[in-house]
Structure formats: structure tokens, C-alpha cells
Design a binder for this molecule. Structure first.
Ligand code: PMP
Length: 324
């Protein structure tokens, strides 16, 4: 769909996947005025198509749009458009268990203008890409490096929005971490470098002495939809999550006294990613002997079974579409 200031969004259409043509002076190329989303469509055993909380993605898209001075979309309309697109492209939704269709909605500033100001024209796209199982060989723990030099987002910055700049600022740290054998970096706050924010493309949870805690949303952490779902699921099970500040000192102390029982990341791609090792200031904390914890496994199973239709959708998270 296209947006022109004063005229709103119009001309929503479905076209074959192809390169797009933009003016080289388009604002998106120079000043990063762009936001995106990521969600998945799963196929259930009866072949129906299941989307996991898509309305949350379009709501978050609007929050990101607002932060980047971009025009709001009509959330219900966008969801309707996505469902239409999935009907047309149904053959691309994998039938193989564990596979899914990744959905990437995004909005870019298309106006040609070499000056720093919000654009007056935009385009909204939704592209699709089939993805294989995140865990080809079963769920397994990852190694994570706590980042001390670089920061992803600062107080008052764009960290809470899903916008390109946050990922660009993360590249340098991510590259160093992967060259040292870590799968992702864990970000600390940009003021004191003391409190945990999140991990590369996941939010993070800790089980400390029986209590599940996660860093509270503070404006610089992305408000993950998987994070929100885990909090709701655990509340539903009668074991509420505490959302609060979590410092590295607290984690190191808990680890030393044997109370850091489990660490896991949450995100659309991995759903739950158990952490087997955290490295901070050259010191390695091994978590749960480097094996997947019971809670991580339980949450992974519960969430993936709701997503694929194996378990009942008791929290009303699924939008389903009948196969054509
Ligand atoms: N934090 C960041 C920086 C991310 O890119 C993602 C992935 N969207 C997440 C957290 C997890 O969010 P979600 O559960 O909505 O995928």
C-alpha cells in the first residue's frame, strides 16, 4: 500500500514478489526512517493455517511507526490484507512439521529528499519466506556474551521500536561475539552498564531461586510478543513472572550461590532458547550444567503446541484460516 500525506493509505494490492524501484535519494536509504515486524504462520495437522497473535504485531508496528514519525496503519485492515495474501500464497506455507512461513511486514519512507525530516510518502509491504525448523536437532542451549563496550539502545532512544537503526547499531558487537563462538550478545543498559536489557533478537528470562524474573519494559527494550505470551502463560499456570530490573551483579551472585537455575531467551524465531553459558567480563557462568532446563522445555512445548494446533488455544492467541 502507498501513503501520501493528506490522502492517507491507498492502493493496497497483492503483486508477485519482485525487486522494487526507489529514488536513490529516498529518505529510508539515508536517515533510517523504516520500521518492521516479524511473525510466523504455522500449518496444523488438519492443514489449517494458524497465525500466532498477529494483532499484537500490527499494534507494535503502529507503536514503532509513531516513534519514527511515520503514519499509522489501520491494524484490522492490515490483518485482513495479510489473510488475503496468505490465501493467495498458501502453497508456500510448509506442510513439514517444525517448518513455518515467516511474515515480514515493513514500512519505508520513499520520498526523495536529502534533508532530515519525516517523509510525506511511504510504502507498506508484507513479504513472506518459508523457514525451516529453528532446532533441526532438537532444542539445545546457546552461549551468550554479555556486551560491555557497545550499547544497543539508550534511555530516550529508539530501542523500544522495531526499527532498522537498532539492528545496525548491534552489528559490531554481534560480529565480535560470533567470531568468538557466541550465538548472541546480551545487552546492558546504556546508562550504567549494570542492568540487563535483552539479547540480540530475544527478550531474556531468569529463574533465580525458584522465581522467574525478566527485565521490566523501560522504553529501550523491545516489547516482545513471545515475552508477553510467556508472562501470560506462566500467570495462567499460577506462577507469575516478576518484571523488574535485573543487574549483572545479582546474576553473578545468584550463580555463585547456585541459585541461577535457568536462563532462556524468547522470540518469534526460536520461541524459547535455553542459555547454557553466559560470559561476563571474561568469566563464564554455566547454567544448569549447560543443559536445557525443565521450565524452558515445558514453555517451549506448551507454546509450540498452541502455535501448531496440537494443544488447545485456551488463551485465544490463534487466528486461523481454513485451507482453500
Ligand atoms: N528483542 C529484539 C531486539 C528482537 O528483534 C526480537 C524479535 N522480534 C525480540 C526481542 C523478540 O520479540 P518477539 O517475541 O515479538 O519476536
Amino acid at each position: 500500500a502507498d501513503y501520501v500525506k493528506g490522502m492517507g493509505w491507498q492502493n493496497a494490492r497483492i503483486t508477485p514478489y519482485a525487486p522494487i524501484s526507489l529514488d536513490p535519494a529516498s529518505i529510508v536509504f539515508h536517515y533510517g526512517q523504516t520500521v518492521f515486524e516479524g511473525l510466523k504462520a504455522y500449518r496444523s495437522k488438519d492443514q489449517s493455517i494458524r497465525l500466532f497473535r498477529p494483532e499484537e504485531n500490527f499494534r507494535r508496528l503502529n507503536q514503532s511507526l509513531d516513534r519514527l514519525c511515520m503514519p499509522q496503519i489501520d491494524e484490522a485492515n492490515a490483518l485482513e490484507g495479510l489473510l488475503e495474501l496468505l490465501k493467495v500464497e498458501e502453497e508456500w506455507i510448509p506442510k513439514l512439521e517444525g517448518n513455518s512461513l515467516y511474515i515480514r511486514p515493513f514500512v519505508i519512507a520513499t520520498e526523495a529528499f536529502l534533508g532530515v525530516a519525516p517523509a510525506t510518502t511511504y510504502q507498506f509491504y508484507i513479504i513472506l519466506s518459508p523457514v525451516g525448523s529453528y532446532y533441526e536437532e532438537g532444542i539445545h542451549p546457546v552461549k551468550i556474551l554479555v556486551e560491555n563496550e557497545f550499547v544497543r539502545a539508550v534511555k530516550g532512544g529508539t530501542g523500544g521500536a522495531k526499527t532498522a537503526g537498532n539492528y545496525a547499531s548491534a552489528l559490531k558487537a554481534q560480529e565480535t561475539a560470533s567470531s568468538q563462538g557466541y550465538s548472541q550478545v546480551m545487552w546492558l543498559d546504556g546508562v550504567e552498564r549494570k542492568y540487563v536489557e535483552e539479547v540480540g533478537s530475544m527478550n531474556i528470562f531468569f529463574k533465580i531461586d525458584g522465581e522467574v524474573v525478566t527485565p521490566a519494559i523501560n522504553g529501550s527494550i523491545l516489547e516482545g510478543i513471545t515475552r508477553k505470551s510467556i508472562i501470560e502463560l506462566l500467570a495462567h499456570w499460577g506462577t507469575p513472572v516478576t518484571e523488574r530490573k535485573v543487574s549483572m551483579d545479582e546474576l553473578a551472585e545468584a550463580h555463585n550461590s547456585g541459585k541461577l537455575e535457568e536462563v532462556f531467551g524468547t522470540g518469534t524465531a526460536a520461541v524459547i532458547s535455553p542459555v547454557g553459558e553466559l560470559n561476563w567480563n571474561g568469566k563464564t557462568m554455566r547454567i544448569n550444567d549447560g543443559i536445557t532446563g525443565a521450565l524452558s522445555k515445558k514453555l517451549y512445548d506448551a507454546l509450540t503446541k498452541i502455535q501448531t494446533g496440537e494443544n488447545e488455544d485456551s488463551l485465544n492467541w490463534i487466528t486461523s484460516l481454513s485451507p482453500t
